[in-house]
Design a protein around this ligand. Sequence first.
Ligand code: CIR
Length: 258
Amino acid sequence: MKKFNNVIVRRPCKAMVEGITSNPELGKPDYELALKEHDDYIEALKQCGVEVTVLEADERYPDSCFVEDPALITKNCAIITNPGAESRNGEKDEIIGAVKKFFKDEDIEYIKSPGTLEGGDVMMVGDHFYVGRSARTNEEGIRQLTEILERHGMTCSEVKLEKVLHLKTGVNYLENNNMLVSGEFITKPEFQKYNLTVIPEEEAYAANCIWVNDTVIVPEGYPAVLKAVQDLGYKTLTVDTSEFRKLDGGLSCLSLRF
Ligand code: CIR
């Protein structure tokens, strides 16, 4: 099934070495290697049949390659978020130009302060959106998102997060009722209706896989997850994301897919 035609990514900037991390013990990202991994990521997306828009690196925002957070794109509207991380908040103004190439002004919505929201907290399952209440996404942000989605014919429900950074750090939907779950999401009542694949603790990072037009891109180096996804019947591609992992980032964070 071809669902996505377009993807937006932003090149990593040199300042990424100063990006936010909860895992400083992994060390600073190697910028040159990050660029190579980003090239591979773009190539994998192209193999999934999408047109990739590549935005220029923005040195003012160390985490700006994680374009999933300042915007949320749905089939009916685009939503510019209001990132809860202070050093990232300005990224929302820099993604608007790219979004405007695909959406008319009246179809672009905005999350406004005091509401905060980051796209990594939003998981799309058909016309329903699960949104994680996290350190980055607050109650008012969720209220505004719900109102916007309902106005555009979609629905939304909240998932409380206890441990992970973003909702999609630990749970991802692979279409066809298939969902990858790790850690705190394994037992969430709202996910029990899906065909759950439980990700082993030692490969938890790889819960962040992305479905792109019937291919699933899996981070390189997680054999149990790769096999589980292949056993579900998907064609797979792997991309090494080692340098983005050092900043708590994964495959979904690096693109907007629509
Ligand atoms: C941050 O802490 O905001 C970045 N270092 C990582 C963002 C990852 N984005 C995502 O999970 N959607």
